[in-house]
Design a protein around this ligand. Structure first.
Ligand code: FAD
Length: 504
């Protein structure tokens, strides 16, 4: 008889694992509390606009290719990817804006124009970033760290002195010794906010993110981010996979030290050979697993740090916004203070850098004719709830600040519709731990690689985890790698490295 697997949550990680288990011959049932799949890949329609409320950067394309190749398919073909050139635009508080082209050769000139000698330094910086990236992806990301020989490998040993230097320093310490101009430092450090940490705390190994900006490139699926979810579901259609919506799970059922099923909120019990939770790890462990079987109880989470919260402000704008690109960033001068508010003081930042997505630049169908669609993402500290009035005031501020930076003087008169999605919405919709936006623990060193919360229960047989909260971490490519890691745990495959088609 077929083995049966239950997955709690139809986020990208849960769906990715459903397909792998389906291919491995399991009957898979996915129970999702909301009425659609995708989890944090989410969009809402309002007044003729389609507002994305989740990811918008398609990075690490080779990871998507690796995953799709498990099914004999190509991600770039199925998702109709476009590479942005330039990759994105950056606005500064007191300087002219600039474009990041997405390849070192062109971007060297931009760096050189700001600081003499910085062009050549960028070349060396990105070469080192590429080395760190390749080593991390191949040696650490596709690794459950079950065998010492998968961690202590020849490439790791050969590069150990360089890597140890990158782990010992903070990213800001590393960058600011090479580049003096604040703008250049910001360009090489901003990613940390999306990994849920600050460049003043994150290890310099995260310099690897610059490999993505200046070498690998920024991509986008032409039919929008939701097409990733639709395609993930389509990819699994030949297998025995069923999605059940509006089906919140209330409890993981335990018998004789093993997870044997789930209890839905309506009282129905469903049994299976293995249970995997894709919901936020802290929620799963403290709310779904009975007290005595929690491997990671409340006291564990008191010592862990979630990624940041976020306020999303979506606006429909009449007329064109010719100055903007699809991806835009705005960096405040008080850079350190902005990060300190989010990560040290847990207060609403007075000076807030923001990310602004203008997806109608690529897909005009997301707004009625003659209109543009924008969303502004303002990172916030986790654990901070906003009242409805505070949320709207903060949204007003975000709009005004960015409009001023991008010289869109008449924005207020041109806004025809608006909505906000903040900490409370993240908690209500996803059961987000401490209102976090991105789905898991921050990537400070003590919560990364071997120190990340593992994908297998320590107390219950047959209970596993998948998604941003566990190995290897936050973001869509990480969810795809994570699905492979969780499958390896289930299948008793102790190897490191990506799965091959024949491994499933
Ligand atoms: C605004 C924003 C911007 C982002 N930008 C990017 C980006 O540009 N690029 C990128 O790669 N990543 C980005 N991310 C991060 C990325 O979206 C997430 O890391 C990823 O989608 C998390 O997927 P997941 O599978 O771990 O979990 P989730 O997407 O959180 O899915 C978990 C699912 O479990 C369900 N669930 C919870 N509790 C229960 C229950 N009791 N019963 C049943 N179901 C339950 C939830 O409803 C949800 O559907 C962004 C995230 C956000 C929010």
């Amino acid at each position: 008889m077929k083995k049966r697997a239950i997955i709690i949550g139809a986020g990208y990680g849960g769906m990715a694992l459903a397909n792998i288990l389906g291919k491995a011959g399991y009957r898979v049932d996915v129970y999702e509390k909301n009425s659609e799949a995708g989890g944090r890949i989410h969009a809402v329609k309002q007044d003729g606009f389609t507002f994305d409320l989740g990811p918008s950067w398609y990075l690490m394309p080779e990871v998507f290719e690796d995953y799709y190749s498990l099914f004999g398919e190509s991600a770039s073909k199925r998702l109709d990817l476009v590479r942005f050139s330039p990759g994105y635009k950056v606005y500064f508080e007191n300087h002219d804006s600039l474009l990041v082209q997405g390849d070192v050769e062109s971007d060297k000139a931009t760096f050189e124009a700001i600081e003499a000698g910085a062009g050549e330094k960028l070349q060396r910086y990105v070469d080192d970033a590429t080395l760190a990236y390749e080593l991390s992806v191949r040696q650490f990301l596709y690794n459950n760290f079950l065998r010492i020989r998968d961690v202590v490998t020849w490439p790791v040993l050969r590069n150990a002195p360089k890597m140890l230097r990158l782990v010992a320093k903070t990213l800001d310490g590393y960058v600011s010794r090479k580049f003096r101009d604040k703008r250049l430092q910001q360009l090489l450090e901003y990613h940390m906010v999306f990994l849920g940490t600050s460049p003043f705390a994150a290890p310099a190994i995260y310099t690897l993110m610059s490999h993505l900006d200046y070498r690998s490139g920024v991509y986008y699926p032409r039919r929008g981010m939701l097409s990733l979810v639709e395609d993930m579901e389509r990819l699994g259609r030949g297998y025995d996979i069923s999605y059940h919506y509006d089906a919140p799970v209330a409890e993981i059922v335990v018998e004789s030290g093993a997870a044997v099923g789930i209890k839905l909120r309506d009282g129905t019990i469903e049994r299976a050979d293995i249970i995997v939770s894709n919901a936020d790890m802290q929620f799963t462990e403290t709310q779904l697993v009975p007290d005595r079987y929690q491997s990671f109880p409340k006291t564990y989470w008191e010592k862990r740090e979630p990624g940041p919260g976020a306020l999303l402000v979506s606006i429909g704008v009449k007329g064109e916004l010719p100055d903007l690109l699809h991806h835009n960033l705005y960096f405040v001068d008080k850079w350190r203070e902005n990060f300190a508010a989010i990560y040290d003081d847990a207060t609403i930042p007075e000076y807030a850098s923001v990310y602004v997505c203008n997806p109608t630049k690529t897909d005009p169908r997301l707004a009625p004719d003659g209109h543009e669609n924008l969303f502004i993402l303002m990172p916030l500290p986790s654990g901070v709830e906003l009242s409805a009035a505070e949320q709207e005031q903060l949204a007003d501020r975000a709009i005004a600040t960015f409009a001023q930076a991008a010289s869109i003087e008449d924005i207020e008169e041109r806004i025809v519709t608006r909505m906000t999605f903040g900490p409370k919405e993240f908690q209500d919709r996803y059961n987000a731990w401490q209102f976090n936006a991105f789905g898991g623990e921050s990537h400070i060193l003590r919560q990364s690689v071997i120190f990340r919360t593992p994908n297998k229960s320590k107390k219950l047989k047959n209970l596993y985890y998948v998604g941003a909260g566990t190995l290897p971490g936050i973001g869509l490519p990480m969810c795809l790698i994570g699905a492979q890691l969780t499958y390896k745990q289930i299948a008793g495959n102790r190897t490191a490295g990506p799965l091959g088609e024949e491994d499933i």
